[in-house]
Design a protein around this ligand. Sequence first.
Ligand SMILES: *Cc1c(COP(=O)(O)O)cnc(C)c1O
Length: 465
Amino acid sequence: MTPFEGQYPTRYQAVTLQNVAAQPEWQRLDPEIREAVEVVARVLPFRTNIYVMRELIDWDNVPDDPMFQLTFPQREMLAPEDFNAMRDLVRRGASRKEILALANEIRFKLNPHPAGQMTHNVPEMDGQRLWGMQHKYRETVLFFPAQGQTCHAYCTYCFRWAQFVGIQELKFEAKEVELFVEYLRRHTFVTDVLFTGGDPMIMKSKALRKYVEPLLTPELSHVRDIRIGTKSLAYWPQRYVTDADADDVLRLFEQVVKAGRHLAIMAHFSHPRELSTPIVQEAIRRIRETGAEIRTQAPVVAHVNDDPEAWAVMWQESVRLGMVPYYMFIERDTGPKGYFEVPLYKAQEIFAEAYQRVSGLARTVRGPSMSCWPGKVRVVGTATIKGERVFVLEFLQGRNPDWVGKPFFAKFDPEATWFDELKPAFGEEKFFFEEDIEEQEFHWWEETHETPVAIPLPIRSSVAV
Ligand SMILES: *Cc1c(COP(=O)(O)O)cnc(C)c1O
């Protein structure tokens, strides 16, 4: 028996619209809040679980509690007219068909496919599109395992929300692992693979192993870094402590490290409370024991973490627990963006204020950053140059690698919440990278071995001890 048995729920149980009313906490909710959950959840995905409900949400502080805001749909996430229309259908017990029709109508107004997410960066090989993969930046290929397309709980601000309500059709190949491996074999300039979803850690270790093990062959030694994007540490740390295959998952992590690769768990932590339970701290300890590193990231969103104190504590606690603060993101322009958005200047102030409070060890974090069509754009700050107030920006990642590391400027706009709303400063017509964006759509999949090759792993036949 592990020290955590009996102390935390150890059998995973999802809580959705189907069973939420059976939870004791439901009875404590104001009827208006209950109705809002029942209405909004018809349009946007809703899934939480008993660990989140019992251990993370402070029910004395509902509805303002950040953990409640993080997983329970809120009335203001829909425009008033859309909310009212759906509420009327729910109240009069309309048919599933009617509710679905209205839900889809509302969903299509919420920009379900931001920045060409699922279509623009899908590679091609031998005339075949490799659905389930994305290749936007030269070094890194994203892989969406077919079996990892859900999460232990859904974040209300999720930018991939459309995937979970079925309006964004993810197509997967039957032979997806073979195609993935073949693609990597042909593109030796790829150094990083990022498993994403959904959440790949929703998979049983046996399934995860089928995707990860084939990468460990010497033939793919240019794949130096294997990343797994996951919210599981926050939402179900039992995954690494008490789940039946917890030990086997950790063995797989060890195997990756022993094969000479860097294993990076890209952990999504939105609020310091997620880091506070003894079981998450034990999960972190156990993962680190395998030789894997954990990097932390999240978007800055209203109602959850738009507060420098939350970030400073999160970064400091991350460092203390042996994790590396990585990115602060700006929430994307999709779904209930109006509810969660933070103006760019304010996000940058939150970042700077938190950054000023922590030691250099936590200043590995970069942001706030927008993942938009041309790349990852960081809002460095604001400045006044020759009398004009401007945003100072830079690319942390670019479709064109040459764009990285060159500061550029946009007109200051206190209302701007996303990259599209920004205009070049100093009366310029275009941003510098827009000069070549029209003729250059980068297709990394068309590049072959001539593209600068990743430095291969120094393979030694034996290691002296
Ligand atoms: C963020 C991101 C990456 C990884 O970028 P790094 O700066 O190397 O962490 C890769 N692909 C996509 C599509 C991304 O958004």
